[in-house]
Design a protein. Structure first.
Ligand code: ZN
Length: 442
């Protein structure tokens, strides 16, 4: 029986300046959408990256979509660290919005979902399963007990729910991070050497998944898009190895082995938890002063916005959370405003009330965006954290236009506690979240 090799490519960019995204596109997205690799691997494209393609390079997006024969996965809408979400309704919404966004572009319901930073918990997986997601991907150390990446596993979630977990193999790291291997050959220079190593790495009959950021190929490693182009051809020449996508694998094989997952674990925080996105950790250069106060400030706004949303809109909407979940269809242009209100209002109301309801829904939208994980990821308070704070501000501002409440000034004073030291012209400079935000609003 041949060894099966599966790959997953995670394509994602947060909202960031166009110059940067353009460079990554030229080096990675565009060539890899053109060289045939996506026909052979599982992949997902984050919604913010899809939005970028729509504005800047529709052809690349079209090629990615065309490559999908069932092997593309969806992603929770705006890359929140899912186990850190406190309210069940937000957990649901992230998955629902991710599925709706996926369907809008790929024209079908997703079978698999890539969890941001592969951050997981049983609670998160239960919600995935409830929403019809069949499989996801994890790092080898996210399996409870002995590491085993030689086959996929079924995870029982209780209440008749289950999800299939593909834990990727450590060989992924050899390709993504270690340029130099034991034999002194760069794995990203020579596919045949990489395949030899891969085969000797795996025992006979194993099913190995390799998972990485899609940006590895061409952006992090220059010209590795050519490597990706040759990979399927290199595999085809061999008898000891076969390449298959996750979705095709699941069509052909039943997964019966059982495993459990480690709650609150991820692929990119190696400290055994999710500290990278709560208070900073060794992976992000140690404890950082900015992360925890920023999380607390934004959680406070989130709670306030939710309370106001429920209070203000429940007299009008049949179900406030259903309305919020479908709001993404309005944003995506899948549904007309008139139809949206017709479906969700208990009874017709004035245009003025509809206008105010839309404002609070938009506040709910921005408060979701304010938890994009990239804001906490780097060791320094930077542009992505700034973007999250702007979203929290937009949310607070919108709500202030609807109810007589003072949210903006409270947010600003909380963000004064978000501190860091940055390097500016060779000097250390003290900055606060408040200063970063005020640049945008005064
Ligand atoms: Zn860590």
């Amino acid at each position: 029986m041949p060894k099966y090799v599966l790959q997953h490519w995670h394509f994602y960019q947060p909202r960031r300046n166009d110059k940067w995204a353009k460079k990554i596109n030229e080096e990675c997205y565009s060539p890899n959408s053109n060289n045939g690799i996506l026909d052979h691997v599982s992949f997902n494209v984050g919604p913010t990256l899809i939005e970028w393609f729509l504005k800047n390079d529709k052809e690349t997006l079209e090629r990615m979509i065309k490559a999908d024969k069932g092997q593309a996965l969806a992603q929770p809408y705006n890359h929140r660290i899912m186990p850190l979400i406190r309210h069940d309704e937000d957990l649901k919404t992230q998955i629902i919005w991710g599925k709706k966004h996926f369907k809008t572009f790929f024209g079908r319901d997703p079978e698999g979902m890539w969890l941001p930073e592969t951050a997981t918990s049983k609670r998160v997986c239960k919600e995935l399963a409830r929403q019809g997601i069949k499989y996801t991907i994890g790092s080898p150390w996210q399996k409870k007990g002995r590491e085993d990446t030689s086959k996929p596993y079924k995870v029982n979630l209780g209440g008749g729910l289950e999800i299939i977990y593909f834990f990727y193999n450590h060989f992924s790291g050899k390709i993504a991070f270690n340029n130099q291997t034991d034999s002194g050959v760069r794995l990203l220079d020579n596919v045949d050497v990489a395949l030899d190593q891969l085969v000797s790495f795996a025992k006979n009959g194993e099913t190995l998944l390799l998972a990485y950021d899609g940006e590895t190929f061409g952006h992090h490693h220059k010209l590795a898009d050519r490597w990706a182009e040759y990979f399927p051809k290199g595999v085809k020449k061999r008898k000891d190895i076969k390449m298959i996508s996750i979705s095709d694998y699941l069509k052909n094989f039943e997964v019966n082995n059982l495993a459990d997952i480690l709650d609150n674990s991820s692929w990119s925080c190696l400290c055994g938890g999710l500290e990278r996105w709560t208070k900073g950790c060794g992976c992000a250069g140690g404890y950082k002063k900015y992360q925890e106060p920023m999380l607390k400030a934004l959680e406070k706004i989130e709670d306030e916005i939710h309370d106001i949303f429920v209070n203000e809109s429940s007299p009008y909407f049949k179900d406030v959370w259903d309305a919020r979940n479908d709001y993404i269809d309005l944003k995506l242009g899948n549904i007309k405003e008139e139809q949206f209100f017709k479906e969700h209002l208990k009874e017709a109301t004035s245009k003025e009330n509809e206008f105010l309801l839309k404002k609070i829904l938009e506040a709910e939208y921005h408060v979701q965006l304010s938890f994009t994980s990239c804001g906490w990821f780097p060791s320094r308070l930077g542009a992505q954290a700034e973007q999250n704070m702007i979203d929290a501000y937009s949310s607070a501002k919108l709500v202030e236009e609807v109810v007589n409440k003072n949210l903006v000034s409270k947010l600003i004073s909380d963000l004064d506690l978000v501190e860091d030291w940055i390097e500016e012209r060779g000097r250390k400079k003290h900055i606060t979240g408040k200063e970063l935000l005020l640049k945008h609003i005064t």
